[in-house]
Design a binder for this molecule. Sequence first.
Ligand code: G6P
Length: 606
Amino acid sequence: MCGIIGIIGKREVAPLLLEGLRRLEYRGYDSAGVATLVGKGIERRRAEGRLDNLAERLEREPLSGKTGIGHTRWATHGRPTERNAHPHATDKVAIVHNGIIENFHELRDELVAKGIRFETDTDTEAVAHLLTVSLNDGATPEQAMADAMDRLRGAFSLAVVFAGQPDLMIGARRGSPLAVGYGDGEMYIGTDALALASLTRRITYLEEDDWVVLSPQGVRIFNQRQPVERPVKETALSGALIGKGNYPHFMLKEICEQPAVIGDTLQSFLNPLTRQVQLPKLPFDFATVPKITIVACGTAYLAGLVAKYWFESVARLPVEVDIASEFRYRAAPMPDGGVTIAISQSGETIDTLAALQYAKSQGQICLAIVNVLESVIARESHAVLQTLAGPEIGVASTKAFTTQLTVLAVLAIAAARARGKLTAEREAQLCAALIATPAKVTEIISQEDAIERVANAVVKARDVLFLGRGSSYPIALEGALKLKEISYIHAEGYAAGEMKHGPIALIDENVPVVVMAPLDEVFDKTASNVEQVEARGGKLVLFSNASGIKRLGGRAVASMALPETDPFTAPILYAIPAQLLAYRVAVMKGTDVDKPRNLAKAVTVE
Ligand code: G6P
């Protein structure tokens, strides 16, 4: 959600800002804008909708200037119109902002009482006026920012330029990420290293409550008005790494990368020769952990739901999984010595962060499973396990999900061993099943005809039901989530056994019922549910292995045979056709697959 880029440059900056914004598109947005310093003034170009609209605008009305800021906005306060698009400006400052200023009503009332007129419906405009009032009262830009930091409440990252001062830019962060980039006689600021990838690899990640003063010569960083030092890191990201290659969409590229990234993730956590899990040292001992609490949002939450089945059945360790936005406010009692696992691709999701902070306040040991190692969730945790998915750009999570599952599977095996619930032989079997996963994922991805048939059975539907039992239940939820996210078809995931308690009323010849039925210990139960669907004329779409399809697929309108697998790894494999089905249907319907309407990749507001 919302992306920020700022450049103090040696070159014309508008095209560079636009390119940086393109790298932030993946976060989700509905308007965009840039501002540069021109002579003693500030000039802006802003546009509703896609960045192409802003690019056209800049072509018609070019913007000169070597210092500037840019923004992609995901509307929170005020509709996504040009008027509400960032940067917001006064005659003294222009500002871009990610997050929410929670006390903006109070600030606005105070500023209006001073005779200031607001032009937008945004919370951000209050910050522009707050800084301007300080400057008009004689404060330096640094003093104005330090004072603003004391006044602002909420989560935000900001970048500000000052009219007539092309060698100055100030950034600040609280609860939202912000990175500084170092160039050759140029300095940059951006939401993340991705935004800066084509400009530099030398990055400083700002800490909570830091604010930073940039000039062409370098940076000064402050926290609580005191100067602080933050390390400069070399990022591995390059511009090329985050291109689409020959794929039509990032989502397809990321689906196809799964064999490689699952393999990479496995390699960092298990030894293929001994077939044993090898985790880095964790700040707790699974043998004595009374309970695990998993908090996450969206697809990451569904990875947590799969993990519950794994930890409970293999390690006999009780697990509670909760949606972070619910967990954070329900004052859950937490046991002494308990472990909380926060799962997040971005490591930025505000609700997951808040849930983690609550767990910490309750004395829990916190473990983060994140894709972005420098993220705030990683930094707030006592320990981190990284999913090696690489940058995920498609809004609908795919490779992040299966690598989260991979880490969680390995963790469950480690827990089972520590708790004496696993023989060496069974551990070797489970590890072998995991090691075999990348090749099986490749096999599934190559079954294009089968996916096409399944997609044809679904594409015209208004509603689709996904069913699964046991660890396939979260995969049914994920299948429904993926489909609705990118194809806009209404879809619901249900525990197969629960179907009789409601969704069965929906079943008729127009509603495809997609069943995830690996050959596991609950297959026969799922089979009964399939019979119940067929008895009501339901349109069955079946994912199983060859023998499952032989048994149940006779009357299916479409089916797909997945490779044989140990039931333990079935959730990882069955996630793949769910992704491919959603992708194919979305392409058939012509939706914007990588940037579905209203959705954001990193959800940084409540
Ligand atoms: C958004 C994204 C989802 C993602 C969820 C959680 O809704 O569109 O793809 O699963 O946020 O994000 P996180 O970065 O915490 O995994």
